[in-house]
Design a protein around this ligand. Structure first.
Ligand code: C2O
Ligand code: CU
Length: 466
């Protein structure tokens, strides 16, 4: 169908639909350039998504010098986009065809502990040639993602990550794109740099790739209709890079984050996603037909020297197509009322993010203790804990809690009105959150999602029991 016919058709539908609302009809192939693979669903049950997932070697065309050998789920970077509805079951027959052991962690999803993908603590690592079956329910709406938890920085930087969309039944249908933001560290010959390139100084810095990627592509172009709201569902899957974003001069109407929709929209011009975080935002493309606007990465100061000498980088282009003649209203997004966690006497935990080298080697940690030497923090079913982090280092640390959402608090200790699973502890600063534990016993990890930092010891465990 020609573009103009599609436009005409959308106007007709709008007229038929009446009430001034326009039926969303994307320009044909509008997002082909960033299409993500989808899995074959092996289950006849509409409320079960069952699939095979293979971690294996693959190769991508990222630079003119030649192909880049990487690792990918099902040979794709990112891996397949898993789409389901709230309450559906996910069954993943995972198979490891990598030359080393691995696991799959389901970032943000409230899984039973034995499905959390943390080697030694929740399962045995999956050896080369072996399989593991993940099965759990998807209790919450939102954008989630999956990645390994063995040598996390190296394996994720090699390309092992993918997105999961869990939809609520009352979400409106609008033009939508899932954007998996990441980067790759590629040498002049096209080969991926080794995970330890640059040594411990690079680990301390957190390795940022020199090629920024959107859905595994370098500067792809999508199309959008002028004036028609476009929902961008973004996850930062990079191991260290913070994504501060700008889209021309447009503003982002943020409607959700780590745990699905917020209680209402918040308008931002330059949202920031730390590694691990998600952002759900609506943009309304403005400009003239044929014009292209760039989604850009804007340097963000996440620590010593990280913004010096750096320029913005284009991530993605949006080419504008003709929109409908009448203005299209913003879609009505259901709001999820925010209920602050209330506890008369929450358990207070104060944690310093520290560096205490061991035997002349870099070791980061909580309170001077690297993760591998630490004793777990205890927690009880139903307990409310208030975690406060103080950063003693010249780097920001995005702290991620497995298995639970928490409520970030502002400097006065009041809830900020959102739910999250990853919180930024800025350079020389602090951050705190409230969490209420439910009844899923086991060892739950909490760590810095600059994965180089996590692997270097900035991680701890919470032992949840009755
Ligand atoms: Cu995406 Cu242990 O984290
Ligand atoms: Cu860190």
């Amino acid at each position: 169908m020609s573009g103009s016919l599609r436009v005409a058709l959308s106007v007709v539908i709008a007229t038929v639909a009446g009430c001034g609302e326009i039926e969303p009809v994307e320009p044909p192939g509008f997002a082909d350039a960033i299409a993500l693979p989808t899995p074959v669903d092996l289950s006849p049950d509409p409320h079960v998504l069952e699939l095979d997932l293979v971690a294996r070697e693959t190769s991508l065309e990222l630079v003119p010098a030649g192909p880049t050998a990487m690792w990918g789920f099902d040979g794709h970077v990112p891996g397949p986009l898993l789409e389901a509805e709230v309450g559906d079951r996910l069954i993943v027959h995972f198979h490891n065809e990598l030359p080393e052991e691995t696991t799959v962690h389901w970032h943000g999803i409230r899984v039973p502990n034995e499905m959390d993908g943390v080697p030694d603590h929740t399962q045995h690592a999956v050896q080369p040639g072996d399989s593991f079956e993940y099965r759990f329910e998807l209790p919450d709406e939102g954008l989630y993602w999956y990645h390994p938890h063995v040598r996390s920085a190296g394996q994720a930087a090699a390309g092992l990550y993918g997105a999961i969309v869990v939809r609520a039944p009352d979400e409106p249908v609008v033009d939508e794109a899932v954007l998996v933001l990441s980067d790759a560290a590629v040498g002049d010959d096209g080969a991926l740099l080794p995970a330890d390139s640059g040594g411990e100084l690079a680990t301390l810095f957190g390795r940022e790739g020199n090629v920024v990627l959107v859905n595994g592509r370098v500067r792809p172009t999508i199309r959008a209709r002028v004036g028609v709201p476009l929902r961008l569902r973004m996850v930062n899957a990079a191991i260290a890079r913070y994504f501060q974003l700008a889209l021309g001069t447009l503003s982002f109407t943020v409607i959700g984050g780590d745990r699905g929709l917020h209680d209402g929209p918040r308008v931002l011009t330059r949202p920031v996603l730390t590694p691990g975080q998600r952002l759900d935002a609506i943009v309304v493309p403005q400009g003239s037909v044929g014009q292209t606007i760039a989604l850009r990465w804007i340097p963000y100061d996440r620590g010593f020297g990280s913004t010096e000498f750096r320029d913005p980088e284009d991530l993605l282009y949006v080419e504008l197509e003709r929109g409908p003649d009448r203005a299209v209203p913003m879609p009505t997004i259901p709001s999820r009322p925010f209920e602050p966690i209330v506890a008369a006497t929450p358990t207070d935990l104060h944690v310093e993010l520290t560096r205490n080298d061991r035997d002349g080697h870099l070791a980061l940690g909580f309170d001077g203790v690297p993760g591998w030497e630490a004793t777990p923090f205890p927690a009880r079913f139903g307990e409310v804990q208030r975690w406060s982090f103080r950063n003693t280092l010249e780097w920001s640390h995005p702290i991620h809690l497995h298995g639970f959402f928490f409520q970030p608090l502002d400097a006065m200790g009041r809830p900020t009105g959102i739910w999250a699973d990853t919180i930024d502890v800025p350079v020389d600063g602090s951050a705190s959150f409230l969490v209420r534990f439910d009844e899923r016993p086991g060892l739950w990890m909490i760590h810095c999602h600059v994965l180089d930092h996590g692997d270097a010891g900035m991680m701890g465990m919470i032992e949840l029991s009755r």
